[in-house]
Design a protein around this ligand. Sequence first.
Ligand code: G4P
Length: 529
Amino acid sequence: MSIAQETARRRTFAIISHPDAGKTTLTEKLLLFGGAIQTAGAVKSNKIKKSATSDFMEIEKQRGISVATSVMTFEYNNLKINILDTPGHKDFAEDTYRTLTAVDSVILVIDCVKGVEEQTERLMEVCRMRDTPVIIFINKLDREGRNPFDLLDELEEKLNIRVRPLTWPVNMGSDFKGVYSLIEQKLYFFKANKTKVEDDVLPIKLEEAVLDEKVGERDAAQLREDVELIEGVYDQFDREAYLSGKLAPVFFGSAVNNFGVKELLDGFCQFSPEPIARQTDKREVKPDEKQFSGFVFKIHANLDPRHRDRIAFLRICSGVFERGKFYHHTRLDKNVRFSSPFSFMADSKSVLDEGFPGDVVGLYDTGTFKIGDTLTEGEELQFQGIPSFSPEIFKELINLDPMKSKQLDKGIEQLTDEGVAQLFTLQPGNRKVVGTVGDLQFDVIQYRLEHEYGAKCRWVPMSYSKATWITSEDPKKLAEFIRLKGNQIGYDKDQNPVFLAESDWMLRMNQQNNPDIQFHQTSEFKVAV
Ligand code: G4P
């Protein structure tokens, strides 16, 4: 098969949701359909159980599991589908944001009882930055959920995207009877706890009397009325609008009952994009280009403290990745080769001889990679769209053992390369401020510094809650602002100046008072606040 053919059959996506909406359950059901696993329960969730939120040793264990489930690949309808897993725990949200830079589309899971939740909104904001196409799956229809029209309104309002239902539920909760496919004009009957992959389905036109027989007159009338309303209120599904991230098709179902999942998967196969072109600092790279290119979006530390090697996850963007070939590491300007790159299966890793655009390759790394690094066949370019996002919690790192300051420096540098947290340096005095999105990371860092690098530290909380990257067209004005703000200015790992604000209000005040300074939400400066 040619590169173009191989590329065309790949679909690389992530399932995202607020914790507990059903992401893990849905992932597992999709893998069952794809034959990647045989029985339910085979995929260990990488989510950290609620009871363990204060137990970071548990997290360390979970991290081990999550390597195995980081990328799950299966074949379905002649497509090679790569699901990139994302951590469920909100403290690891930044990991999720980064994984979203490596996918071509997402499936967003919503709990029909809870509707749009906090984490749903934030995840969608990240998708919107790159106009990632989104399919929505409204889950848990076997529970008494909210009115589906209300849910759709809420999705449009809070997620700032147009929606278009493609299936529609007949009742919910204890009276849930099934979903009607508006595309296929078929009624799928609900049976609880259906674990086998089979259909109980009736092709049916809504006006046919058999509908009344099957679901009862009242529900048949309601379904007819609902569908009439849908066809009247919502535009026809427009794939182009979906591909440009403006319109989200919506499916209803119950993941745990394996219901509505096949329709979702079939819809996904039909609509979702093949690997898309990606922007670099020089030009757009198209997947069917002959020359290989790719970028690292995630780095995973080895769990065994005696081996400091790590696993870098590389997303292939163009050409063919070949085992044992030399590639150009553009940031370091050096050539590197990998003798045992691997691909991910649901429960195992296997050596990969070649990979194509859309695929994710695992590379053993001894410290050569940072998140966002680019490999090419020689061309000098750097993939864009892998920014750092503002952390929310900031603490100063205090060294407890002056004899071990080298180890501490090295440790914190490597951990932040991995993306565990962000490091900002404050002057004078080279003070190290670590920023994260969740408190748990501080425990993890402290533990890992001690166990992997032999360095002891403590944390001093700081009152900042937001980091914004600052630029100005006038270098003098920027220098003046930096001078005036003193200890509210930190430098990120690439020496970009960052303004640290105590609150959104303080940030706004500074913006108003300094119109010549631009404040950016991410390190790539695309989005001004
Ligand atoms: P997450 O990855 O998004 O965090 O969610 P996960 O799939 O772990 O699902 C969260 C809980 O919701 C699980 O129950 C799961 O069984 C349940 N669930 C998923 N889909 C459905 C559905 O369609 N209907 C209903 N009623 N429940 C659903 P749990 O009790 O937290 O865990 P477990 O002990 O069942 O695994």
